[in-house]
Every structure is written in structure tokens, then in C-alpha cells.
Design a protein around this ligand. Structure first.
Ligand code: PAF
Length: 284
């Protein structure tokens, strides 16, 4: 089994990236919180297809978790992650400590107004400020040519695109399509919170999104289709639906009908101890 080099400090990361740059090599960054699955490995594969070297970061970022969320029980498995990354052809694992990322006296927060406010931002106050801050730091620490993020976290992707553009961070931000289980469930590190019974129920989330897409294509309004979908999720066994909405794919503004724009149907719902999110695109 091939190994992978691990660096834990900004100085060591920059040293490695600098050495590649002097050889004229391009660099991709795949930021993660670890507990890696095939979805993450598809980000590494996309990075390998677009750059000469791929760095994956693994950092469970405390500032993007609310006080009653799953920071403490979020799975941590560095050895397994390192082996998966090595097997996927990733060149370097950056696994900083919390003290390296947030040294004593750390006082800066990056907030992206508007895009951060609704959907997950409404249910998880401060979450996207935590994400934008840590991703801004990761981008500036590594300064890759391209950074890759999964479309499963669609609102996160939009927030990061805006943040990088607004702060003139010279990095291309790329979204990679969601990797799904054969039954449609979006791959997520949090799927491991599901009991076997809940795992059987979970694909209903993706199914209801495809039903909303069909309703929109049939000319039905989004509000009615989303209300039906939320009721279907509860009937399927979900404990609560945080939101099911149709939004403009570029601006995340609410959309009521398929009217020529690219739309995104986006949902978050609770099942047992897991909060699942998913989204799909729909175009005319
Ligand atoms: O999507 C994630 O895993 C995290 O939100 C990210 C982008 C690595 C920031 O901590």
C-alpha cells in the first residue's frame, strides 16, 4: 500500500507547494473534514485531472459547528483517510492542528452576506461564517491553482465562490457533482450516523427532489411541489424537514417556476441522529 506525506504546519505546506511551483507544476486543493468516502475521492480524481499535484486537507473545523451540533462526535480517522488518499493518487495530506489554524488571539471572521442567510444558514447560525473563514485560510495557506468542492453542499459552494471572488483570492473554485449510493442517497460522512432502518428510509430525500423536478417540468409551481415533498418525507419516516425549496442556481434567490433559468432543488431533513442535505439541478 503506498503511503502519503503528511504536513501539519502552514510553513511546511507552503514549502511543499513552493517546491512544486519551482518545477512548473500546478496544484489543486481538496478541503475536507476527513471521514473520507468515494465522494471525497471523486474530488481528488477531479483535482488530478486538472492539476499536476493534489493536496487534500483534513481539518474538523470547530468554528462551523453550532453549540448543540456534532463537533465532538464527528468521525476522526486520520490513518484510514491517509490510506484512502494515497490509494487515490493524492500527493500530500495537510492535517493542521486547531492551534495552527486558530492560534491564540485569532480574531478574524469572514462572512458572506446574502448567500449565507437562508436555507442551512437560517437553521445553523454562524455555520457559513465558520466555513468561509476556514476556507479563506486554507486557500491562502496553500495558494493552489484550483480548489474543488462537492455540489452536495451547494449553498456552501456558492458562499465559497463569492468569498474567493470578493476577496480576490487567485484560485479557481470548482464544483464537482454529488457522488451517490446506488439507491440515490448522496454520500456523506454523516450517513454513518444512520441505523440500518434509517439507512433504508434515507434515499427518500433524493427521490422527493426528483419528484419536485418532474412537477416543475410538468408546469406545477414550486411551493406546492415542495409542500407535498416535505409531507412525503415525514410520511417516509423523517423526523423533521428543515427546508425543501427551489432556488435560482446562480443567486440562490427563491424561484417559483421553471422559467428558463437554471434552478436548484435543495433540501435538509432530520433522520434519527443525522441531518441529511441534498440538492439537484433542474433546467428547462
Ligand atoms: O465541506 C466540508 O467538508 C467543509 O465544510 C469544508 C469545506 C472542508 C470546510 O471546513
Amino acid at each position: 500500500m503506498p503511503g502519503i506525506d503528511i504536513v501539519r504546519s502552514v510553513a511546511d505546506l507552503r514549502g511543499r507547494v513552493r517546491a512544486w511551483r519551482t518545477q512548473g507544476l500546478t496544484v489543486a486543493l481538496v478541503p475536507t473534514m476527513g471521514a473520507l468516502h468515494q465522494g471525497h475521492l471523486s474530488l481528488v480524481a477531479a483535482g488530478l485531472s486538472r492539476a499536476d499535484r493534489v493536496v487534500a486537507s483534513v481539518f474538523v473545523n470547530p468554528t462551523q459547528f453550532g453549540p448543540n451540533e456534532d463537533f465532538d462526535r464527528y468521525p476522526r480517522q486520520e490513518e484510514a483517510d491517509a490510506a484512502l488518499l494515497a490509494g487515490a493518487g493524492c500527493h500530500l495530506l495537510y492535517a493542521p492542528t486547531a492551534a495552527e489554524m486558530y492560534p491564540a488571539g485569532f480574531a478574524t471572521t469572514v462572512t458572506v452576506a446574502g448567500l449565507s442567510d437562508g436555507l442551512c444558514g437560517a437553521v445553523r447560525p454562524g455555520h457559513f461564517a465558520g466555513v468561509a473563514t476556514v476556507v479563506a485560510k486554507l486557500l491562502l495557506q496553500c495558494l493552489p491553482d484550483i480548489a474543488l468542492f462537492g455540489e452536495k453542499d451547494f449553498q456552501q459552494l456558492k458562499v465559497i465562490e463569492r468569498m474567493a471572488r470578493d476577496l480576490d483570492i487567485p484560485v479557481a473554485i470548482a464544483g464537482v457533482p454529488t457522488h451517490r449510493e446506488p439507491d440515490g442517497l448522496a454520500m456523506s460522512s454523516r450517513n454513518r450516523y444512520l441505523s440500518p432502518d434509517e439507512r433504508r428510509i434515507a434515499p427518500a430525500l433524493h427521490r422527493t427532489l426528483t419528484e419536485i423536478a418532474a412537477a416543475l417540468r410538468a408546469g406545477r409551481p414550486a411551493g406546492e411541489a415542495c409542500r407535498t415533498a416535505a409531507a412525503d418525507l415525514i410520511a417516509a419516516g423523517f423526523a423533521a424537514v428543515d427546508y425543501v425549496e427551489v432556488r435560482d442556481a446562480a443567486t440562490l434567490a427563491p424561484a417559483e417556476r421553471l422559467d428558463g433559468r437554471k434552478l436548484r432543488i435543495i433540501a435538509a431533513a432530520r433522520l434519527g441522529n443525522a441531518r441529511l442535505i441534498d440538492n439537484i439541478g433542474v433546467e428547462p
